[in-house]
Design a protein around this ligand. Structure first.
Ligand code: HEC
Length: 171
């Protein structure tokens, strides 16, 4: 009986000691350490979001170049070809532009919708469809046939829209 009693007291003491030690650790370390970690994370998240927005601006710029030339009476084929060639290159890494935590919950200004992370497989399919259309547009553009380029351009534009409709704010 006596032995069991001492063991119980020892266990109870150990448990209390552990609890209070943990509590003290959290109180002492969490606020300062947590803030630093959060600040570092948000700097990285902000950089990731701004980097992808810059990439989409490049895609938008290349797309505008092609569109403007197709609409003009005398399209600059070389300009169309250069712009079309840039698209598959820029888009090759698109699947890496949306790591977890880079949505609107980050507090950083972004038009990326939470649906991206809720329906990731669908989003990845939209990326793949765009990459395939952009690769085809580039191949056709290098051929130089304006009518064929127009058709491939329209098809590629459809894949931009298909993604924006579901995964980009206000578009
Ligand atoms: C798989 C999805 C997807 C595809 C395909 C896609 N976009 Fe986007 N786009 C987005 C998302 C998401 C954003 C918002 C990014 C952000 O704000 O963080 C965006 C943003 C943009 C922006 C705004 C960039 C800025 O911040 O100023 C432009 C311009 C743009 N896209 C053009 C295009 C064009 C043109 C195409 C096709 C040639 C295209 N996108 C294809 C998902 C896509």
């Amino acid at each position: 009986m006596r032995k069991i009693g001492i063991t119980r007291i020892a266990l109870a003491f150990a448990a209390v000691a552990m609890l209070s030690a943990c509590g003290q650790d959290e109180e002492a370390a969490a606020p300062a350490g947590g803030d630093t970690a959060a600040a570092e994370a948000s700097t990285e998240v902000k950089a990731q979001i701004e980097a992808r927005q810059a990439q989409y601006k490049k895609i938008g710029g290349a797309f505008k170049t092609i569109n403007d030339n197709l609409k003009s009476g005398s399209p600059d084929i070389a300009a169309i070809q250069a712009a079309a060639a840039s698209l598959p290159e820029i888009a090759a890494t698109m699947g890496d532009w949306f790591p977890e935590g880079t949505g609107p919950e980050s507090g950083v200004k972004t038009e990326a919708l939470p649906a991206i992370w809720e329906n990731r497989a669908d989003f990845d399919q939209k990326i793949a469809a765009f990459q395939a259309a952009a690769a085809n547009l580039n191949t056709v553009a290098q051929g130089g046939d304006v009518a064929a380029i127009g058709a491939a351009f329209g098809a590629t534009g459809g894949t931009c829209k298909a993604c924006h409709d579901n995964f980009r704010l206000d578009d």
